[in-house]
Ligand binder design. Structure first.
Ligand SMILES: Cc1ncc(COP(=O)(O)O)c(C=O)c1O
Length: 454
């Protein structure tokens, strides 16, 4: 009998997260204090993060045990299945074998709860009462609302204004799990008020929402900040995904040739690929492909340099590919991919050419998503659809070159709350934004921060 899914039992779920830092080909440039230009220390981060997470950010340990309370919640939906996309393969007439790791089975519908649950746990243990955060498409906000609900924490979500209006039902999820949700920029913070004064009609951006959430946390003693991507500890928590995938591929007797994921801040792709990076560094021939939108082409067109993680300039300086912290991408439907920077760990691997990156426009991405939905049945999140488009393109190359490669993609989330975007696509209203970001990028890069003393 042909099998379609590879399952692990709950007892086979990894009990540790994998930390890439000790296996990097060269050291990760440190976060810098924007005032002094010196590396930030744990005390600089303590006003907004619990010490356990700060120590994970710089840990030299290759494996970090997952606390029992986190494992117990993971088991509500983990291990997630690895699917063989047989019907998609047939439709493409490709000799490639396509697999997808299905992170859409979590209660919030994406990979985001893998870190949300861990972050809520460490904040609870540290005696924190409330978490403040940003959200783009609402996936991260709903994941953190879910996690705070499990650990009895309050949750305040600054949701990018364009998504707040495009995705009302993600708001409902957050409300059901007990969070307060505001369209950002708001008048609740100095950061928000200043941006509204300058640009009252702004559609918002992840960078602006981050500024608001950081300010909220920094100005309230019982409140911490929680970030859904970019930082090392977030990527660390997501490595449960790649470790499970590795075990599942081994069970299927497969060795991957190509691993693919979409990139907003980098957490799902990193969590999926990092456990395979040591194999690649030892000479194994695996391609790791990061996929982003042409409307926000951080890895493919950004500069590799120090920049702020938020728009206003409240965060430490981070060495990453960036479009400039003032870059506001157009309101495309993959809201979770609209971030000016990317995870520093992932950027280092792209810079070292260990990972490759490519960008696609909206319409071809939704075309691939429709094919996936009509063959495999599941409607992908618009973010996830970027990875699907790349997998389809790779599978077509395999057809043309008659090479039976193993292509594995991270199915980071479902699109059940993105149906308005699918309607727009089906009605032919989804425009490939006639937008060459060149001028906007150049302008935003001119405003890169100067590093004191450099
Ligand atoms: C389903 C889904 N995939 C991917 C992303 C991109 O984030 P990251 O690059 O951190 O995985 C998001 C962000 O909201 C998302 O909701």
């Amino acid at each position: 009998m042909e099998s379609y899914k590879i399952h692990l039992s709950e007892s086979e779920m990894p009990q540790e997260w994998y930390n890439l830092i000790p296996d990097l080909p060269r050291p990760l440039p440190p976060y810098l204090h924007p005032g002094t230009g010196q590396p930030v220390g744990p005390q600089d981060l303590a006003p907004i993060f619990p010490m356990d997470l700060i120590m994970q950010e710089v840990s030299p340990e290759r494996f970090i045990p997952i606390p029992d309370d986190v494992l117990r919640i993971y088991r509500l939906w983990r291990p997630s299945p690895l699917h063989r996309a047989r019907k998609l393969e047939a439709a493409l007439k490709t000799p490639a074998r396509i697999y997808y790791k299905n992170e859409s089975v979590s209660p919030a519908g994406s990979h985001k709860p893998n870190t949300a649950v861990a972050q809520a746990y460490y904040n609870k243990v540290a005696g924190i009462k409330r978490l403040a955060t940003e959200t783009g498409a609402g996936q991260w906000g709903s994941a953190l609302a879910l996690a705070c609900n499990f650990f009895g924490l309050e949750c305040t979500v600054y949701m990018v204004k364009v998504s707040y209006h495009q995705k009302p039902y993600r708001r409902s999820l957050m409300h059901i799990w007990g969070a307060d949700v505001y369209p950002s920029p708001t008048d609740r913070t100095n950061a928000g008020r200043n941006i509204l004064a300058q640009t009252p009609d702004t559609s918002g951006s992840l960078g602006i929402s981050i500024s608001e959430a950081v300010e909220d946390a920094a100005t309230h003693g019982d409140t911490n900040y929680s970030l859904g991507s970019v930082l090392n500890h977030v990527l660390l928590h997501q490595t449960i995904v790649g470790q499970e995938t590795k075990k599942q591929l081994a069970l299927a007797g497969e060795s991957p040739d190509v691993l693919i994921g979409c990139v907003g801040g980098g957490s799902n792709f990193a969590g999926f690929c990092f456990p395979f990076v040591p194999d690649k560094l030892k000479g194994k021939d695996i391609r790791l492909i990061a996929v982003e939108p042409t409307a926000c082409p951080t890895l493919t067109r950004g500069a590799y340099t120090y920049d702020f993680g938020d728009t206003v300039g409240l965060t430490p300086l981070i060495m990453m590919y960036t479009l400039g912290h003032g870059f506001v991408p157009p309101g495309i439907h993959a809201g979770g991919l609209r971030y000016h920077g990317d995870a520093p760990l992932l950027c280092l691997l792209v810079h070292e050419k260990i990972m490759e990156a490519r960008a696609y426009a909206q319409n071809p991405v939704f075309e691939a998503a429709r094919l996936f939905a009509q063959t495999e049945g599941i409607i992908p999140a618009p973010e996830t659809a970027h990875a699907i488009k790349a997998a389809v393109d790779e599978a077509v190359i395999c057809r043309e070159t008659k090479s039976p490669k193993v292509i594995v993609l991270n199915f980071s989330g479902h699109g059940h709350f993105d149906l308005a975007a699918y309607d727009a696509f089906l009605e032919g209203k989804l425009q490939d934004i006639e937008f060459d970001p060149e001028a906007a990028i150049r302008k935003a890069l001119e405003a890169l921060p100067k590093i004191p003393g450099k």
